[in-house]
Design a protein around this ligand. Structure first.
Ligand SMILES: CC(C)(COP(=O)(O)OP(=O)(O)OC[C@H]1O[C@@H](n2cnc3c(N)ncnc32)[C@H](O)[C@@H]1OP(=O)(O)O)[C@@H](O)C(=O)NCCC(=O)NCCS
Length: 221
């Protein structure tokens, strides 16, 4: 049984993160300059990797495999699989296999979610949700009161994930995405420090834990 853990992104993760970025956002090229992002004090990035937590600032671990009901999705994913830019072969033994990443920018009391992506082969196993939970915990730790992000209007999976965590559409940016002039939805959740949001978050964390076998370790930056 595989396990997945969350930790801060490191420089040596960038080649794998760029692969995932390219796979998830094929029309956005070149990808974000993650080396620069890691040097930016406002930016905070995390990765989900295969394996047990390292001692370094680990948050959560998922241990269950996908349930059989999602096998249909897996077959669909394999049928539509597009090769990525991975020309390096498997990562060296001393590197962890990164299965997803996410990031945010802190501006005043607002956490702007810049990115969240999971390898195609690893989707619908609770990893995207694990990353979002970890980002929200991180935002709270950084004293954010508001979560905000932009998402393509057609991005059903991401919108569903964000609705689940209480974000709602507050604005539409017409023709925001240059490749196809698609609209961006601005989704926001205010008052993430409120008792109501905390209760909702705790319920979702528990449901995620029960479903996927999550062990919350500790939350630090
Ligand atoms: C969005 C994304 C990160 C979700 O990751 P994931 O690991 O597959 O998601 P999870 O298995 O944790 O699912 C969590 C929730 O996401 C939503 N979701 C995930 N896949 C979905 C799908 N195919 N259809 C509808 N909703 C979906 C659901 O709300 C799900 O909760 P549920 O299982 O209780 O219904 C992933 O699809 C991805 O990497 N997409 C490409 C990158 C991207 O578009 N990022 C968002 C940019 S704003």
């Amino acid at each position: 049984m595989l396990s997945y853990s969350i930790r801060p992104m490191r420089k040596e993760d960038i080649s794998q993160v760029a692969e995932i970025d390219h796979e998830a956002f094929p029309t956005m090229w070149p990808p974000a300059n993650y080396e620069r992002e890691l040097r930016t004090p406002l930016a905070h990035y995390i990765v989900a990797h295969e394996g047990k937590p390292t001692t370094e600032r680990t948050r959560v671990t998922v241990t269950k495999e996908r349930d059989p009901a999602s096998l249909v999705t897996r077959v669909q994913q394999l049928l539509h699989y597009k090769p990525t830019l991975n020309t390096e072969g498997p990562p060296p033994a001393n590197k962890q296999y990164i299965v997803g990443f996410a990031g945010l920018w802190m501006m005043a009391n607002e956490a702007h979610l810049t990115n969240i992506a999971v390898r195609w082969s690893h989707r619908q196993r609770g990893i995207g949700e694990l990353l979002l939970i970890s980002l929200i915990d991180l935002a709270l730790e950084l004293n954010a009161h508001i979560l905000t992000l932009e998402v393509r209007a057609s991005n059903i999976s991401a919108k569903s994930l964000y609705y689940k965590y209480g974000l709602s559409v507050v604005n539409v940016r017409q023709g925001y995405y240059t490749n196809n002039k698609e609209n961006a939805l601005v989704m926001t959740r205010e008052d993430i420090t409120s008792a109501a949001f905390q209760e909702h978050l705790n319920q979702l964390k528990k449901a995620h834990a029960d479903r996927w076998g999550i062990a919350i370790d500790h939350v630090t930056r």
